[in-house]
Write a protein that binds this ligand. Sequence first.
Ligand SMILES: [Zn+2]
Length: 134
Amino acid sequence: MRYLDGEMTEAERTGFEKHLEDCDQCRRALEEMRALRCLTGSVAMKDPTDRFWEDYWKSVYRRIERKTAWIMIVIGAVMLLVYEMSRFVRFFGEITVEKTAAVILGVGFALLLVSVIRERAHQYKTDRYKDIQR
Ligand SMILES: [Zn+2]
């Protein structure tokens, strides 16, 4: 194990390698150890720095992606709302019960939409820990 870990001194290593040249048993044992280390090493010890940066960039990218998506949704919704409102004001004309009911209905749906969006935004905020540790 010390040989595989690189913990032997120069003299120890040359001595050990010389011994390996004419000892089948030690050579085989070394190969087995090396294979075993390879196997457990790849499972347990993926380079922690690599993983950190991998997660970091994944989370940053995801956050930017989400933020952009929300900004676009909000801009689109506001533009649509302004357009519909200006059209609505132009063609409103005489006030009737039907039109008043339609306005109330529209405001109700708008409030519902805002509430859902706010809820989602809040959920996303509290979900941030999942981005960091995954
Ligand atoms: Zn030996």
